[in-house]
Structure formats: C-alpha cells, structure tokens
Design a protein. Structure first.
Length: 116
C-alpha cells in the first residue's frame, strides 16, 4: 500500500469517526426533550408553598413506604420497598437531624407500622 493511500484511508476513517461522534449530540439537542412537550408548569401560591414545606419526618416516610409496600404484588419489589422503609426507620435519628438542620423537620404525625 502506498503512502498516499494510507494517508487517504486514515483521513477518511478520522472524518467518519468524527461524524459518528458528533451526530448524537446534534440529534439529541433537537429531540432530547420531546417527551416533555405538552407539560404545563404552574406557579404555586404562598399558601401552597407553605403547606408543602417543612413537613418531613423519617418515621412518616418509613410508614408511607411500608403502607405502599402492602399494595405491591411483585414479591421482589415489595421486599425492596419494605427494606427501604426499614432503612428509613433505622436511620430516623440521623435523617431527622438533617431535616432539622435545613428547617424541614416536623414531629411524627402518621400512625402506622412504625411508632413515633
């Protein structure tokens, strides 16, 4: 193979590789968020914002996860959800300390599998 053919082959391979690597970025820019078309966002009022902030407690989260797990039919998914609920309960002191640090903690309000 002559030097001229080798240089031509390497240049062609480099151009093809550059085209392949740049194509997904171009295609993604124009269609990457097509699934979000038609989603409307709405600003919340001050009352709505206050109603949803500062209401976090790890035991409430654990109770919600436990209740949700009872509705699941897949044994694997149910077991994983119960394990996550137990993790929240086991680590509730540390999690609630973090919620307190960020002024998001409230006292336990839910009755359920785990006691407050």
């Amino acid at each position: 193979m002559s030097l001229k053919k080798l240089i031509s082959l390497v240049a062609t391979a480099a151009m093809l590789m550059g085209t392949m690597l740049s194509t997904p970025a171009v295609a993604q820019g124009s269609t990457g968020f097509s699934a979000l078309q038609g989603v409307d966002a709405q600003a919340l009022s001050v009352g709505e914002m206050q109603a949803i902030t500062g209401e976090l407690n790890a035991i409430d989260i654990a109770n919600s996860l436990w209740a949700y797990a009872q509705t699941l039919t897949s044994p694997k998914l149910k077991a994983a959800t119960l394990a996550l609920a137990q993790w929240y309960y086991d680590n509730s002191v540390a999690i609630n300390a973090l919620f307190t640090k960020f002024n998001k903690f409230t006292n336990c309000v839910s009755g359920g599998h785990y006691t407050c």
